[in-house]
Ligand binder design. Structure first.
Ligand code: 13P
Length: 256
């Protein structure tokens, strides 16, 4: 089964609107191809609307870094899936470890957000991954199993098939320590096995599962040569056009 690779840039809390628009101008000047690959940029909320205009016709998609599950209402500070869609987003990162760690995001909230986002025709990029303590205690698979099954609870098989899941070991995020190609492949194949158990072979064959955590141009080819790794969720290296486009190029060469 052939799955279209995804390279998503998570800008986290970086870039003002002018910085974001400069990036858009610069990436449009590069000959980065988006035929064999889905490229997604996830800027802060403040830059979404203008980036959506700036990216029109570029083949690059836009995503948000979080969402609330209600469509509208008295929820000060929150942004709804309806608003994200209206602003030009096609993707939404949900359950990033930084949100789990600093903002009280639980598996139940992740599940509510996933359902809300799917309900509006947007694609969730749901993050799972173990902490260093959990890896050292040998419970990586147990942790990602709970996060995956809880996050996807109640979904129809077609909905699970359309998901993007990002395996991001917390100890590899922003640390320069990447999971080895083999470790990343092993956990991602395990996650695909969970999807097969819960939603069947077709969903497992179609769901895209990315690796995230210190992805750089230099480690892209090794990771992307693994059969179950369908792309990357890139933090720091997505902030510069050169490194981000190099990751895209190496991925499309490796996955062709
Ligand atoms: P880094 O690529 O900076 O390690 O961040 C990974 C990440 O958290 C992407 O969501």
């Amino acid at each position: 089964m052939s799955r279209k690779p995804v390279i998503a840039g998570n800008w986290k809390m970086f870039k003002t609107v002018p910085d974001a628009l400069t990036f858009v101008q610069d990436i449009r000047k590069t000959a980065v191809g988006t035929d064999h690959i889905e490229v997604v940029l996830c800027p802060p909320f403040t830059a979404v609307t203008l980036m959506s205009e700036g990216l029109r016709g570029s083949g690059i998609y836009l995503g948000a870094q979080d969402v609330f599950w209600e469509d509208k209402g008295a929820f000060t500070g929150e942004v709804s899936p309806v608003m994200l869609k209206d602003a030009g987003c096609g993707y939404v990162i949900i359950g990033h470890s930084e949100r789990r760690q600093y903002f009280g995001e639980t598996d139940e909230k992740v599940n509510q957000k996933v359902k809300a986002v799917l309900g509006h025709g947007l694609t969730p990029i749901m993050c799972v991954g173990e902490t260093l303590d959990e890896r050292e205690a040998g419970v990586t698979k147990k942790v990602v199993r709970i996060q995956t099954t809880s996050g996807l609870a109640g979904l129809a098989p077609e909905q699970a098939a359309g998901m993007v899941i990002a395996y991001e070991p917390v100890w590899a995020i922003g640390t320069g320590r990447t999971a080895s190609d083999e470790d990343a492949q092993e956990v991602i194949a395990y996650i695909r096995g969970i999807i097969q158990e819960q939603f069947g072979a077709e969903a497992a064959g179609n769901v895209r599962i990315l690796y995230g955590g210190s992805v750089k141009p230099e480690n892209t080819t090794g990771l992307m040569s693994k059969s179950d790794i369908d792309g990357a969720l890139v933090g720091g290296a997505s902030l510069e056009v050169d490194s981000f486009t190099e990751i895209i190029k190496r991925t499309s060469e490796t996955k062709r």
